[in-house]
Design a binder for this molecule. Structure first.
Ligand SMILES: [Zn+2]
Ligand SMILES: [Zn+2]
Ligand SMILES: [Zn+2]
Length: 239
């Protein structure tokens, strides 16, 4: 049996501060995990060995977040918020986020589901304040709430049923949305309430998209704000 031919893939976070190569057999599948962090981050995993993974020379550092003590370290870029990889501290397990691999047709890849939600202690969600939007007179609207993984940033909004075919919900293929696997709702101005906005960082895409803010919790960079929601970009313009 001949050894399977190896291919080299380049990957990086969105801003390019951190870049790497993996040398592996052709990538044909990835794994999605339903745990509290992976589904928030939209991770699409490929496990690699330390020998297959190489950080590019002169590249920047990644920040680290753990869901609990002893769990995998999730490594993300503090500038653009992209989650790049996860590993055990002793590197006995290592995986890269396929959303950060360049030139990969992710839609053509086979998806392996991993039930990470059933592993370890179950994740406790946080209460999200809704008092401001509850005061709005929008009887036909539903209230949606969410928060980043660590709970530092919480968001609630009123919207027509997100599952109704007439409601605009977008998962687009631009570079920033693809890397974060964003699914975006568009609540109207004043129809949302954010708690902990001081815990977010803003990231802007070039001149052309200077008004697009991808806000994320500074602790672990789960995107919680819709990049193009009216009002959100205005608030970040002065930063
Ligand atoms: Zn970056
Ligand atoms: Zn997971
Ligand atoms: Zn957080």
């Amino acid at each position: 049996m001949s050894e399977e031919e190896l291919k080299t893939y380049n990957g990086s976070c969105h801003c390019g501060n951190f870049s790497y190569t993996v040398t592996v057999p052709e990538i044909k599948r990835g794994a999605r995990c339903n745990c509290s962090l992976c589904h928030r981050k939209g991770y699409f995993w490929l496990s690699v060995t330390p020998e297959q993974f190489k950080v590019d020379e002169g590249t920047g550092e990644l920040s680290s977040y753990q869901t609990s003590e002893g769990s995998n370290r999730h490594l993300f870029c503090a500038t653009c918020g992209a989650g790049v990889m996860a590993k055990k501290p002793d590197e006995s397990f290592m995986a890269v986020n396929l959303n950060t691999v360049k030139g990969l047709d992710r839609k053509s890849l086979e998806v392996k589901e991993f039930d990470g939600a059933s592993v370890g202690e179950s994740y406790k969600t946080f209460d999200v304040p809704t008092d401001t939007i509850d005061a709005l007179d929008l009887p036909d609207y539903k209230t949606y709430t969410g928060h980043c993984h660590c709970g530092d940033v919480k968001v609630a909004f009123k919207s027509p049923d997100l599952y109704a075919p007439t409601t605009f919900v977008v998962s687009d293929n631009c570079s920033i949305c693809a890397i974060h696997a964003y699914v975006i709702a568009y609540p109207e101005r004043h129809h949302y309430q954010i708690t902990g906005i001081e815990n977010t960082t803003a990231y802007f895409m070039g001149d052309k998209y200077a008004d697009r803010a991808a806000a994320a919790c500074a602790r672990q960079d789960t995107g919680v704000l819709p990049p193009e929601a009216e009002g959100v970009s205005d608030e970040f313009e002065g930063d």
